[in-house]
Design a protein around this ligand. Structure first.
Ligand code: ADP
Ligand code: MG
Ligand code: ZN
Length: 642
């Protein structure tokens, strides 16, 4: 059975599927039991009980002994009514079978009954044409047949209920959401944020709702819409919302559904998909993860004529083949639009592009609200704070954060989600689950506290570093402790000084350990890795080095073997040397900066560390109190007016 199943609400959908299958098997089971049960019952009803049956010779003996009161012949069967054992007792009925084709009396004589004895017993012959009699004869055969018919009908209904086309269009693999399906319908209001994308898509909705208006005007509505964006930004969701708003059938297929072992299957699936969509037009065809079939042709592994390519060709043929008035819009989604075959993007195909960005703070709050809707939140919760701390989270991440929080609340037997559940799950998603088992020695705790205090003070003092939201020495994931710093704003375009101060902040832990303990643990190794990588990016990718200049000298090929475009730049020995020098310059420069901050604000630094040893976790308010004490300006969130 193909049940609609996409990223959205995967868990819920899966559960549905399981339960559907369960009840499906249960029904088979129940039906089988019923058949068996009825079989037994029928047998009991319509055929004589075992002890009632007697053989012909027994009947003959009974007649000879004079124990038989009367005989009734019904077709093949003979009822033998015995005389009561005692005076006034009940007549015992036995049954036997008569030899077919022979007169019963004759048979009895053959069995040795004396004619006198036989004459003493009244013999009745009943016509066996009564409807009850015939039903009785037929039932044992009819009932199972009937049951099988009922079972078949059940199965049919099951399949039909879950999705219509399983019977009609077995070939295409597409799942379909019909406009009447209230459970699966998604509307624009369910998709938070993304106002630009929604506005563009409204055009499609309008067209699907009222195609005549556009066709009469001679207006050209794009056949294909390509949605691009990072995973989890709501591409699939928005496509479904278009169908939901326009109240048209939504044919859903994933690029990977096309890719099969057998050549030609993908292409024939495309053909079927378009055929059935045309039958139900206006309709939307949605091809998710189209990069699975739509990668640039000709370069991939496996020669130029593989399955993927045929499928892609078929998509192109179909898209060229239908006319405006067929009222079909093909939507596709990918998070790798860079690898798509240019032929797909040509006018008349996927020429309309919609880019979905990661949500900004405002949209994150809205998304959180959408997903909070189905859960009980305590009054104490503050989604604004969560939105502020979830920079870089996609819609899907936010959904799973909400879900984690609900799980936490349930685990703690709470009736509603409290702010701490949200914060805890946020850290869990970002860094990893709390490590309770790890018992740090007192010295380790000290090192961690000073290390984190080092990060924190540098971040707070340097003007272009992100502000500190939280410092803790409670181990989480692989980190011994952590300093959570978050940008005040979505820095879409980080500056050179942002990067420099970030590097200094990253080196803060290293500097602190060296300064306080005169020795270095393996703790800062990851910090150093990140700092170095950032410095290298500054030099080689962002043109932020005066010596290397504004050129991208990235030695890495920009695409891999599968995608084609294999390029490799060979950098000269001299250039490599220059890059290394520059990277090390940046590191040295910021190391010195971090050292200066920690020296200049040594008291504040020590106070942070000692406070951490005492309370383990410093939230923003407490932390800011320390900053105020030492007259370190606190970075304020500037409300964006967008
Ligand atoms: P994509 O197809 O871009 O990878 P999906 O559309 O499958 O992402 O989204 C995954 C999940 O994330 C959705 O089921 C939804 O719950 C959540 N989500 C993503 N974006 C939004 C949004 N803008 N509003 C509400 N929920 C969202
Ligand atoms: Mg998707
Ligand atoms: Zn660190």
């Amino acid at each position: 059975m193909d049940i609609f199943n996409n990223n959205k609400g995967k868990k819920k959908k899966k559960r549905n599927k399981n339960s559907a299958q369960l009840s499906f098997f249960q029904q088979i089971l129940v039906s089988l039991i019923l058949i068996a049960f009825f079989g037994v019952l029928v047998d009991g009803w319509f055929s004589p009980k075992q002890d009632k049956k007697i053989s012909l010779s027994e009947t003959a003996a009974l007649i000879t002994e004079g124990k038989v009161e009367s005989l009734v012949v019904r077709g093949e069967k003979v009822e033998v009514n015995l005389l009561p054992e005692e005076e006034g007792g009940e007549v015992v009925k036995k049954e036997t079978k008569k030899e077919s084709g022979a007169a019963f009396s004759e048979t009895l004589v053959n069995y040795g009954v004396a004619p006198e004895a036989l004459r003493a017993v009244p013999l009745e012959i009943e016509d066996p044409s009564g409807i009850i009699f015939w039903l009785g004869q037929m039932m044992p055969f009819l009932l199972p047949v009937l049951m099988i018919l009922i079972l078949g009908w059940f199965l049919l209904r099951q399949v039909k209920g879950s999705n219509v086309q399983a019977l009609n269009f077995g070939n295409s693999r597409a799942k379909i959401i019909l406009p009447g399906d209230k459970d699966k319908r998604i509307l624009f209001k369910d998709v938070a944020g993304n106002p630009e994308a929604k506005k563009e898509l409204e055009e499609m909705v309008e067209f699907l709702k009222n195609p005549k208006k556009f066709i009469d005007m001679g207006a050209k509505i794009p056949k294909g819409v390509l949605m691009t964006g990072r995973p989890g930004t709501g591409k699939t969701m928005l496509a479904r919302a278009v169908a939901g708003e326009a109240k048209v059938p939504f044919f859903f297929l994933s690029g990977s559904d096309f890719v099969e072992m057998f050549v030609g299957v993908g292409a024939s699936r495309v053909r079927d998909l378009f055929k059935m969509a045309k039958k139900m037009s206006p309709a939307i065809i949605f091809i998710d993860e189209i990069d699975a079939v739509g990668r640039s042709r000709g370069v991939g592994i496996g020669g130029g004529n593989d399955e993927r390519e045929q499928t892609l060709n078929q998509i192109l043929v179909e898209m060229d083949g239908f006319e405006q008035n067929e009222k079909i819009i093909v939507m596709a989604a990918t998070n790798r639009s860079d690898v798509l075959d240019p032929a797909l993007l040509r006018p008349g195909r996927f020429d309309r592009r919609i880019v979905l960005d990661l949500p900004d703070r405002k949209d994150r709050k809205k998304i959180l609200e959408v997903h909070a809707n189905k859960k009980t939140l305590d009054e104490s919760t503050d989604l604004q704070t969560i939105a502020e701390r979830t920079v870089g989270f996609s819609g899907a991440d936010l959904e799973s954060l909400m879900n984690e929080a609900a799980i936490l609340a349930a685990l703690n037997n709470r009736k509603s989600i409290i702010q701490n559940d949200l914060l805890d799950s946020l850290e869990k998603v970002m860094i990893g689950p709390k490590r309770q088992s790890h018992l740090a020695s007192e010295h380790e705790r000290r090192v961690t506290a000073y290390h984190e205090a080092g990060h924190a003070i540098v971040a707070s003092v340097l003007p272009d570093a992100d502000p500190v939201h939280k410092v803790t020495i409670i181990p989480r994931g692989r980190a011994g402790g952590f300093t959570m710093k978050l940008p005040l704003d979505e820095r879409r375009l980080p500056t050179r000084s942002n990067y420099e101060d970030d590097i200094a902040m990253g080196l803060g832990g290293y500097v602190a350990e060296k300064k306080v303990f005169g020795d270095i643990t393996t703790g800062p190794s990851n910090d150093l890795k990140v700092a170095t990588a950032t410095a290298r990016d500054m030099v080689t990718k962002f043109g932020m080095s005066d010596i290397v200049g504004p050129v991208v000298v990235d030695g890495k090929p920009s695409q891999t073997l599968f995608g084609g475009n294999v390029e490799s730049k060979n950098l000269s020995e001299h250039m490599l040397q220059t890059i290394d020098n520059e990277v090390s310059q940046i590191i040295q420069r910021n190391l010195a900066k971090a050292e200066k901050v920690i020296t200049d604000y040594y008291e504040a630094f020590v106070e942070i560390a000692e406070k951490l040893l005492e309370v383990e976790t410093l939230e923003q308010e407490e932390y800011n109190l320390i900053l105020e004490k030492y007259q370190i300006p606190i970075k304020k969130l500037q409300e964006k007016t967008s």
